[in-house]
Ligand binder design. Structure first.
Ligand code: FE2
Ligand code: FE2
Length: 442
């Protein structure tokens, strides 16, 4: 991320793919808990093929690496000859610099195949997609060598930054003053006007009565949705912090001021859904059973990953990805679709008025959050137009996760209560996403 990959790869390539490197990789796979977990169902030998064959492999009459993988364990890594092509159930092919970049940038190989950067010479993309985490974890364990001079430069850059941040040299308010006309300050005014609703003031007494009258399957889908929103709101309450830190350290005081209300509102959303559980559902159901594979990928992994990445890397592209995941996908696509589900279930059937009131307030808060996200993304893209494509690719990947989550939600229901339909929600989610993309000029 701080290195110019092309030049870097050329200078370190002689260290990659040596016997020492192979041995290190073998040890690293077998000591990786993450790989062991992700690959527990993987039982296919794989060949990583180099085309054209680089010098280091040519010397050994080899065309790449053959990995004998069995249920989360690597039994052997060897320099492969063409004989291993028959033994391998999966053959992935790329040139040397692509392999190095894949390893150094910790790319997702399945995504790389879809983008045609890596070719799947043998094997099925469907099988690989089901083993996507395993494939990624496998490459993640491969040892990387960075140029030590660049590493030193990077460390001194960090030190310089830390020194700069450990003291104040001036204050915006006594210099040019707050920019009240800026978009973040306008959002902050709105937040103080509309965002001051109190979840614990909402009357849930009729909701409690309504709840008793609901059919079992109607209760079930409401508990299901609550389980997704509870964890979702908690996740965004926690994961906004690294973004706030970056905005503050860049001296963007107006944005930081707005973000105080953002965090406060997410905290209230978390409180609101928790109050509904305590006061209407009346007990703490097993919510975790509703967190299926795709939901977990986004909320347990990608959201915290993309936001916490900012602690290590606050470059514009890292900020774009963080805001893309948080504001465009989690808030702008999924949460919005979830509110539409509540609306369809409750407003159309005149049920749970307290929940309805909360959702209306929440939706209004969220529209400011999304507006801030679009403002931030626009600012970053205007300053760094070169990142437009990479950002778009990132969003496409995450949108794929979001639509999979919607599929996953409806999967267990043969007939969905309240007459909800999966297609309607998928279309709604895609429409929300497209609408925001239009605003960003895509
Ligand atoms: Fe929220
Ligand atoms: Fe939000």
């Amino acid at each position: 991320m701080w290195f110019n990959k092309k030049d870097d790869s050329a200078s370190v390539s002689n260290e990659y793919f040596t016997e020492k490197w192979v041995k290190e990789w073998f040890d690293s796979i077998n000591s990786s808990e993450k790989y062991k977990r992700a690959a527990k169902h993987w039982n296919s030998p794989i060949l990583l093929k180099f085309e054209p064959v680089p010098e280091i492999l040519r010397e050994k009459n080899s065309i790449g690496f053959y990995l004998d993988l069995k249920y989360g364990e690597c039994l052997d890594i060897s320099y492969a000859t063409s004989q291993e092509e028959d033994l391998s159930q999966i053959i992935l092919t790329a040139d040397e610099s692509t392999w190095i970049r894949l390893i150094e940038d910790k790319k997702d190989p399945t995504m790389m195949i879809m983008k045609k950067k890596l070719s799947l010479e043998k094997g099925s993309i469907v099988m690989l997609s089901t083993q996507r985490q395993a494939a990624k974890a496998l490459l993640d364990t491969a040892p990387t060598y960075r140029d030590s001079k660049q590493q030193k430069e990077f460390i001194s850059e960090i030190k310089e930054k830390q020194e700069k941040e450990s003291k104040h040299t001036s204050f915006a308010t006594i210099r040019e003053g707050l920019d009240f006309e800026s978009f973040p300050m306008k959002l902050f005014q709105k937040a103080k006007q509309y965002g001051i609703w109190n979840p614990s003031d909402i009357d849930l007494s009729r909701d409690r009565e309504d709840w008793k009258q609901l059919k079992e399957d109607e209760k079930e889908i409401l508990i299901h949705l609550s389980g997704l929103f509870l964890a979702g709101e908690e996740a965004v309450t926690i994961d906004i912090l690294p973004l706030m830190q970056v905005v503050a350290s860049e001296g963007r005081l107006e944005e930081e001021i707005y973000l105080t209300s953002f965090l406060w509102e997410e905290a209230k959303h978390t409180e609101f859904f928790s109050l509904f559980v305590r006061d209407v559902i009346g007990y703490q159901p097993d919510f975790e059973q509703y967190h299926k594979t795709h939901y977990k990928t986004l909320f347990y992994e990608k959201l915290p990953r993309d936001l916490n990445q900012l602690k290590l890397d606050d470059t514009p592209i890292a900020q774009l990805k963080a805001s893309g995941t948080y504001n465009m996908i989690v808030e702008g696509t999924l949460a919005e679709t979830g509110y539409a589900a509540y609306h369809k279930m409750l407003t159309d059937n005149d049920l749970l008025p307290g929940m309805q009131e909360g959702i209306i307030n929440l939706k209004q808060d969220e529209s400011r959050h999304i507006a801030y996200g679009l403002y931030l993304i626009n600012r970053l893209l205007e300053e760094n137009p070169g990142y437009r494509d990479e950002f778009e690719n990132h969003l496409e990947e995450l949108l794929n996760d979001a639509t999979n989550i919607i599929y996953e939600i409806f999967e267990p229901y043969e007939v969905v209560p309240f007459g909800l339909e999966k297609e309607w929600f998928l279309e709604y989610a895609l429409k929300q996403f497209q609408h925001r993309m239009d605003k960003l000029g895509y």
